[in-house]
Ligand binder design. Structure first.
Ligand code: 9WN
Length: 445
């Protein structure tokens, strides 16, 4: 195994790389969870914790279970797992928007501590299963027993409350729920959200104090993010009246995670003596719905659906590749996604000359420095690599793995990376980058 040539700031060999990853996770550990970043994101984030648990299972297995347990302690009565769990010990203004904007404790069924009211892709059942496989004993099985009902409730919330179109898929109500906040995928539905950048004069953004504003979402993006949060919050985060909500989208990644969670729950159920059957049935239905509603034969990839406008969204982002993680994705769609992944848009190859970008690198709105509009992210590469393995493409998976390890070896545990040079961008000590590189290093290929 060879790592890419060292770029500024990276460790010199794979032992040092592993050590850097462990040190990063240790430094970000905060009493019962890991912060994504001490500076930019000092609270607990939902899908970050799942990815982080996967890495912790290799080196600090007991913390992997504590990470998931602390997140699920903040689960709402309706089953939603909030995308941010606020640490009450931090000062007001440690992150924007903070608890004073979310006002979760006014909402019915919210926990006593402050959280957001949104969710993120449900990758937690998969994380719990992988953590168990890496570290089954002594606490693994007991932890699965504890988590299982909460993971089932998380899925039930999504299936019962968020299937706004009634087509078997989950609707996200905010770009933050996708995890790919300012992806070009959301440009069209965001343009329809009435807001003015000037409203941001009334607030102090925390992110641009810690990262280059040119790499972050714009003020107009933030004005719209706040308007959508206000609409949801002012209805008590209830999902009954969503027909009038300003942002309603079916995201391929979110729904692929939703299906992958049922596959993982089937395996967890079998391990703890519960019935895997219903999970298998639900997994099959989700994959069928995803193919029926989000696969676009014209582009050969999955596109998000704007539920308000009643049409598929056109941007070809990396979100479209992620249904590969579904083991039961039909061969026709899996083959088409491999063609898309290998195309000049994404450049996946057995020997990659550049990292996997978050957006079509041939598109006119590709922005190599701006967050989810071009830069390369380890969590997405990690998911796509799993998908390539699941669908019989070990050489491509190995190429992607080498590329990802090369990125961290070259630049350190950055939040994201320049999609041409591989230079590190965003937070320099990012939780899921550290965790997932540990997971990649532990595999042979
Ligand atoms: C808003 C924590 C989170 C990630 C998201 C990423 C970013 C937050 C922000 O950071 O989002 O949730 O303030 O930009 O987009 O995927 O979970 O790392």
């Amino acid at each position: 195994m060879t790592a890419a040539p060292t770029r500024t700031g990276g460790p010199t060999d794979l032992g040092a790389l592993r050590q850097l990853a462990v040190t990063t996770l240790d430094a970000n550990w905060e009493h019962d969870h890991t912060v994504p970043s001490r500076t930019l994101y000092p609270h607990q984030w939902s899908w970050d914790s799942a990815f982080i648990a996967i890495g912790l299972a290799h080196v600090r297995p007991e913390r992997a279970w504590r990470e998931l347990a602390s997140l699920f302690r903040a689960q709402w009565a309706d089953g939603r797992v909030p995308h941010i769990v606020f640490n009450p010990a931090l000062r007001v203004g440690a992150y924007f928007p903070g608890p004073e904007l979310w006002r979760s404790t006014d909402a019915q069924g919210a926990p006593a501590g402050h959280t957001s009211g949104l969710v993120q892709p449900p990758v937690h059942a998969l994380a719990a299963l992988l953590a168990y496989r890496r570290a089954p004993e002594p606490v693994g099985l007991a932890a699965l027993h504890e988590l299982y009902p909460a993971l089932v409730a998380q899925q039930r919330y999504l299936a019962d409350r968020r299937d706004v179109a009634g087509d078997g898929l989950v609707c996200i109500v905010h770009p933050w729920e996708s995890g790919l906040d300012n992806s070009p995928a959301w440009d069209d539905p965001m343009a329809a959200v009435p807001a003015e950048a000037a409203v941001m004069r009334a607030y102090r953004r925390h992110d641009t104090a810690h990262a280059d504003a040119a790499h972050r979402p714009t003020d107009l993006d933030y004005a719209r993010y706040l308007a959508i949060v206000a609409a949801y919050r002012d209805h008590g985060y209830a999902d009954r009246a969503l027909a009038d909500h300003p942002f309603l989208v079916e995201c391929p990644l979110f729904n692929a995670a939703f299906g992958a969670a049922e596959h993982a729950l089937a395996e967890i159920a079998a391990l703890i003596g519960a019935d895997p059957g219903p999970h298998r049935v639900r997994a099959t239905r989700i994959t069928e719905a995803l193919v029926r509603r989000l696969y676009d034969p014209a582009t050969g990839t999955f596109q998000p659906r704007d539920v308000r406008a009643g049409r598929l969204l056109g941007a070809r982002t990396v979100l479209g590749l992620t249904p590969l993680i579904l083991p039961d994705l039909p061969t026709a769609q899996a083959d088409a996604l491999v063609v898309e992944a290998r195309s000049a848009r994404f450049g996946v190859a057995a020997r990659m000359d550049r990292p996997l970008p978050s957006h079509d690198r041939t598109a006119p709105d590709f922005e190599p420095l701006r967050y989810w509009r071009g830069p390369s992210w380890l969590n997405i590469g990690w998911l796509v690599r799993r998908g390539l393995l699941a669908h019989g493409h070990p050489e491509l998976a190995a190429g992607l793995r080498r590329s990802m390890i090369g990125l961290v070896a070259g630049a350190g545990c950055h939040e994201y990376f320049h999609p041409d040079s591989g230079a590190g961008l965003g937070s320099a000590a990012f939780g899921w980058t550290a965790a997932l590189v540990l997971d990649l290093l532990a595999d042979e290929v």
